[in-house]
Ligand binder design. Structure first.
Ligand code: ZN
Length: 282
């Protein structure tokens, strides 16, 4: 069974299970609706849309019913992992991507399957640890969906990093208030220590692959978007509904309620029938 690379603590124990709903045309439409809302509702951030998509697609998370709160509290690595797994759950087909060589500027294509991309599980201290600094003992935790939402509106990268660190780091001794640490008073080496601790703990999915340019043999890092299911178009779905409705005269709702797998079986049968008919005409 596939499990989250990080997970959530529920009543003191780490839960890593999740389950997606079966993919039907209706769910595909809903997911598409969530993904396109970013352009229609500028007040929503991309991370809020990821939360909406996951709330629609997940059946269970950590053995419980899915809630927005729980999805937002997942670590960023787990959220990216779930979004990639949703893409795999919808269709684990071979994907072709175009890249441009950084050395010779020629374009080339690479193919991959999202299910074959590596995942780094959370470190043993996940999701928070205590490190020793010149400001005393500091509690450091991995970023989650709420943190992503919080910094999404900050344009300046440097400013966003400081704001994020302020959220992730607190004084370990001051349990009652989770007192804010003055990040600007920390030296570069101390910040590096904090970032190292976060990296050690945080689960991660691959966001780039190494590919050799076929023209000059140079290794290139090609970005692979973990949120790729936000970019799906519903055009194919409508074409499929049209094909099935024309052939079987089922109504739109009946076709959309069908699982994607079953819809594709019927589409395959229609294709086979058409091929046989055209071969008989030769
Ligand atoms: Zn090249």
């Amino acid at each position: 069974m596939v499990q989250l690379p990080g997970g959530v603590y529920i009543d003191g124990s780490l839960k890593r299970d999740f389950n997606f709903k079966p993919i039907t045309g209706l769910l595909e439409l809903e997911l598409n609706e969530c993904a396109t809302q970013v352009s229609q509702h500028p007040e929503l951030t991309y991370s809020e849309q990821v939360t909406n998509v996951l709330c629609q697609a997940l059946d269970l998370l950590a053995g419980k019913k899915v809630t927005k709160k729980r999805v937002k509290e997942l670590s960023v690595g787990d959220r990216q992992f779930l979004m990639r797994h949703l893409a795999i759950h919808i269709d684990n087909a071979l994907v072709w991507m175009s890249a441009k060589c950084g050395e010779c500027s020629e374009s080339f294509d690479i193919s991959l399957r999202y299910s074959e991309l590596p995942v780094k599980p959370a470190g043993n201290k996940f999701p928070e640890t205590i490190i020793e600094t010149e400001l005393g003992k500091l509690k450091v935790r991995v970023p989650n969906g709420l943190d992503q939402e919080f910094v999404a509106t900050v344009d300046n990268d440097e400013e966003a990093t400081v704001i994020l660190l302020k959220r992730l780091v607190s004084h370990a001794a001051n349990k009652s208030t989770d007192a804010v640490v003055d990040i600007s008073s920390l030296k570069k080496e101390q910040i590096a220590l904090i970032e190292e601790a976060i990296e050690q703990m945080a689960p991660e999915v691959a966001t780039e692959v190494l590919a050799e340019c076929p023209h000059c043999d140079t290794g290139n890092r090609v970005p692979v978007n973990p949120y790729v299911c936000m970019e799906r178009s519903d055009q194919n779905l409508f074409t499929e509904v049209h094909t099935l409705a024309s052939c079987y005269h089922w109504n739109e709702h009946e076709i959309l309620a069908m699982t994607r797998r079953r819809r594709h079986i019927y589409l395959g049968l229609i294709d086979r029938g058409r091929n046989m008919a055209s071969n008989n005409n030769i």
